[in-house]
Ligand binder design. Structure first.
Ligand code: AMP
Ligand code: MN
Ligand code: MN
Ligand code: MN
Length: 296
């Protein structure tokens, strides 16, 4: 089975609809895909329907924005029940904070001589989540930078003029929502936080104490060295290892769906005790289309 356990759709800041994302994953040879939109589970129903048609296993997931000791951390919930009320209420609050933050980002950009960015970002958001990615795409479309990376560097990234610090979920809270919804909590792209060894160790201790169980060892954000390093941290803290492309759309970032290195051999995969039948639809379509990358 080819696993890709981190991806985004138009329900948050991805550019493909949930159905189109699943079709692309299928064409790329992914057998088990997790849809992990930022702070929302609205895309899962559509993704599930499409996965049932194609015979791909869709793991319901989410990527929750967390603030720990002033740092923005992303915690993945894998195998969650998207209908769980506790999870849904928690995510709803985060989306409300996102809207407040977006208003403030818009005000700051206006002061920098860029009007209409709030409305522009909102128009690009396909769902209930407004993200800095939507601001970035608006700014690129308006000619304020050649690509999203550049506008993050100039305006939206941490410490830049339109960066608005915000209090997201507490670590314990996010892990609690995930576990209540029957899922496993996994630290997303851990090398991106650039924590020193001492801080990272304290963070993992807090994460394990809260009930977290996995580390995304292989990610498109990681260098091969980061992967080896994270494999060691996972072993040291008894964490299972996950892997994901963090795909946001064709041409968005480097990674294609499923195009990621395998887990280092010393890792215990997050899926070691998964019963995939749990996410397998009862009715598989007998006429599966051939896997082809044409037209994606
Ligand atoms: P938000 O969750 O609204 O704060 O937005 C964060 C999202 O912006 C991430 O999930 C990425 O998809 C995207 N992002 C963050 N940093 C960068 C960057 N340097 N270049 C391009 N996209 C980025
Ligand atoms: Mn994103
Ligand atoms: Mn992330
Ligand atoms: Mn992500």
């Amino acid at each position: 089975m080819n696993y890709d356990l981190h991806s985004h759709s138009t329900a948050s800041d991805g550019v493909l609809s949930p159905a189109a994302l699943v079709r692309r994953a299928y064409a790329c040879g992914v057998g088990v895909l997790a849809l992990t939109d930022h702070d929302v589970v609205d895309g899962i129903a559509e993704a599930r329907r499409e996965a049932a048609v194609l015979g791909l296993i869709l793991v319901p997931g989410v990527e929750i924005s967390v603030t720990w000791e002033g740092c923005l951390i992303h915690v993945l919930g894998l195998g969650i029940d998207p209908d769980d009320a506790v999870l849904q209420e928690g995510l709803q609050v985060l989306r409300q904070r996102r809207r407040q933050r977006a208003l403030e980002i818009g005000r700051r950009l206006e002061r920098l001589g860029i009007p209409g960015a709030y409305e522009g970002a909102l128009a690009l958001a396909g769902g209930d989540v407004v993200s800095r990615s939507h601001f970035a795409r608006y700014l690129v479309a308006q000619g304020f930078g050649s690509d999203c990376r550049k506008v993050f560097e100039h305006y939206l990234g941490r410490g830049k003029p339109a960066y608005v610090p915000y209090q997201w979920a507490a670590l314990q809270e996010a892990v609690h929502w995930i576990r209540t919804a029957g899922g496993q909590a996994v630290v997303a792209h851990p090398a991106r936080y650039r924590m020193g060894a001492r801080t990272f160790s304290a963070f993992l201790e807090a994460f394990v104490d809260a009930g977290g169980c996995g580390l995304e060892v292989v990610s498109s954000s990681h260098t091969p060295r980061d992967c080896r390093n994270m494999a060691r941290w996972a072993c040291r803290f008894g964490l299972r290892a996950s892997l994901g492309s963090d795909f946001h759309g064709p041409g968005e970032g480097a990674a294609e769906l499923g195009d990621i290195a395998p887990l280092p051999l010393e890792c215990e995969p997050i899926w070691v005790d998964w019963d995939l039948k749990r996410w397998q639809p009862e009715q598989w379509n007998v006429r599966k289309p051939g896997r082809t990358c044409a037209g994606i």
